[in-house]
Design a protein around this ligand. Structure first.
Ligand code: SF4
Ligand code: SF4
Length: 222
């Protein structure tokens, strides 16, 4: 899923400092799963903004709403009757959501309440880790299901850099060296020689380096 973190209250307050009538809009997709922008978080942010404005002695009206997915025009269209009732909308979806909103409602102003961070998952309650960089050509079958593109700090594809120590990456003691994990797993399986294979150069055109990407499924476009 897409993982995100909420922006600080100060940053959000600064973005909406000129408005008295806003909507805080959540999303039931990834940001609900990672506890950043679902029903509960929308309600908490709205309360925090009201209290902060009260302390400043300034009025604010905040309505809240949570739609199924902000990255889907079908659900974005449900805001057609109400989105114009506000001076601005604060989106608690990942960075995709406010862009779909902005494209659908050109006259409205949208502000992101979260910082979108990575594709990953929860390794334990309250801790999420990155697993995929969306490179567009998955090659993890060559590395026993572990991704050096997303998880090696240097995205090395032909072996470790030599900087790892006790299984940790040289960038920090908290970060595992994914190459240590790849090599260990290959050794456990008696397949270390797999890594001697000369790999073709990775085609990065399918990654973000090739510009914004599109995915077309012809059978669904009919
Ligand atoms: S190889 Fe690319 S698509 Fe596969 S997990 Fe890594 S970043 Fe994601
Ligand atoms: S220490 Fe390991 S994970 Fe860190 S940059 Fe080097 S090879 Fe990559």
């Amino acid at each position: 899923m897409i993982v995100a973190d909420r922006k600080s209250l100060e940053e959000i307050l600064s973005m909406i400092k000129d408005y008295k009538n806003i909507m805080v809009l959540g999303c039931k997709g990834c940001v609900t799963v990672c506890n950043v922008g679902g029903e509960k978080e929308v309600s908490i942010l709205a309360s925090a903004l009201r209290i902060a404005r009260q302390k400043e002695g300034r009025e604010i009206n905040i309505d809240t709403k949570v739609i199924e997915r902000q990255c889907d025009n079908e659900y974005v269209a449900q805001l057609k009757e109400t989105v114009g009732n506000y001076e601005a909308v604060v989106s608690m979806a990942c960075g995709v959501g406010p862009q779909f909103l902005s494209e659908a409602y050109r006259e409205q102003k949208f502000y992101p309440a979260v910082n979108t961070t990575f594709f990953g998952g929860a390794v334990t309650h309250g801790i999420w880790e990155e697993r995929c960089a969306g490179c567009g050509t998955c090659i993890i079958h060559d590395f026993d299901g572990l991704c050096p593109v997303a998880r090696c700090a240097k995205s090395l594809l032909h072996g470790p850099c030599g900087g790892s120590s006790k299984g940790k990456c040289e960038i920090s003691k908290e970060t595992i060296c994914i190459w240590d994990s790849i090599v260990s797993k290959k050794m456990e399986q008696g397949r270390l020689n797999d890594l001697l294979k000369v790999r073709a150069v990775k085609d990065w055109r399918t990654a973000r380096d090739g510009g914004p990407r599109r995915s077309i499924r012809e059978e669904l476009t009919q």
